[in-house]
Design a protein around this ligand. Structure first.
Ligand code: KIV
Length: 271
């Protein structure tokens, strides 16, 4: 048996078991081969090929511009790198909101062309029919409620969602619906911790929080934020583990200086 085959893959069932045992789920975004390989070797449970690629990889202000073809390109790169983690891919804005046929076609393209294991989409009751059809096709679905960045122009701001009773009640109802429909997990983004706790306790599926406090079944962060590659994004929920922007800048400055001073390459670095 090769080393590759001996690695036990994380599946949607693994996540369900982890919730049952009270073991927290770790999830991070990944968009390219090299970084996905590091995260997978580190032992991350779930890698999300997030449409946040639109922000951190392409430099757009929102997640709206990224296309389905671009998401598939990122997902293919991540799939080539990963041996253990479950790989989930975001359906990008405009690829599923129109009708269930469009949603199903987009989900199938992602699964067929990238080799990823599941898709994620934003919303609840409004996209119920699309979720049902995607699930019927055998594609595992991760939901996403709370601050859903594809609706940023409807919200008008990135502040905490569902602080008011009406929005909290809709979120609870949507979470219950996604759970009953058979979604395998649910991202809860930027909502009060007490609400995230209540939702997590009331549903069967594992919840993954980002800015949703500690009482969820797992946590997700955008990898560029955790590594400190992004500099000007400092929400309260973010914990930075590195300052890669400054570390990389300093390394490149040293390289520039070595080139200018004729220090690089030296004799040992030449043929
Ligand atoms: O696209 C993304 O990175 C996400 C996470 C923030 C959950 O959806």
């Amino acid at each position: 048996m090769s080393v590759h085959n001996s690695i036990k893959r994380v599946t949607t069932h693994t996540l369900q078991e982890m919730k049952s045992k009270g073991e927290k789920i770790s999830m991070l975004t990944a968009y390219d081969f090299s970084m996905a390989r590091i995260y997978d070797e580190a032992g991350i449970d779930v890698l999300l090929v997030g449409d946040s690629a639109s922000n951190v990889m392409a430099g757009h202000e929102t997640t709206l511009p990224i296309t389905l073809d671009q998401m598939i390109y990122h997902a293919q790169s991540v799939v080539r790198a990963v041996k253990r983690a479950l790989i989930v891919v975001d359906l990008p804005f405009g690829s599923y909101q129109g009708n269930w046929r469009e949603a199903l076609k987009s989900a199938i393209r992602i699964m067929k062309e990238s080799g990823a294991h599941a898709i994620k989409l934003e919303g609840g009751e409004e996209i119920q029919e699309s979720i049902k059809r995607i699930l019927s096709a055998g594609v595992p679905v991760m939901g996403h409620l709370g601050l859903t960045p594809q609706s940023i122009y409807k919200f008008g701001t990135y502040v905490v969602r569902a602080k008011e009773e009406e929005e909290a009640a809709k979120l609870k109802a949507d979470a219950k619906l996604l759970d009953e429909m058979g979604c395998f997990a649910l991202v809860l983004e930027k909502i009060p911790a007490h609400l995230a706790k209540a939702v997590s306790e009331s549903v069967h599926l594992p919840t993954i929080g980002i800015g949703a406090g500690p009482d969820v079944d797992g946590q997700v962060l955008v990898s560029h934020d955790l590594l400190g590659i992004t500099k000007d994004f400092n929400p309260r929920f973010l914990r930075r583990y590195l300052d890669l922007f400054d570390m990389t800048k300093e390394a490149v400055q040293r390289y520039i200086s070595d080139v200018k001073n004729r220090d690089f390459p030296n004799e040992n670095e030449s043929y």
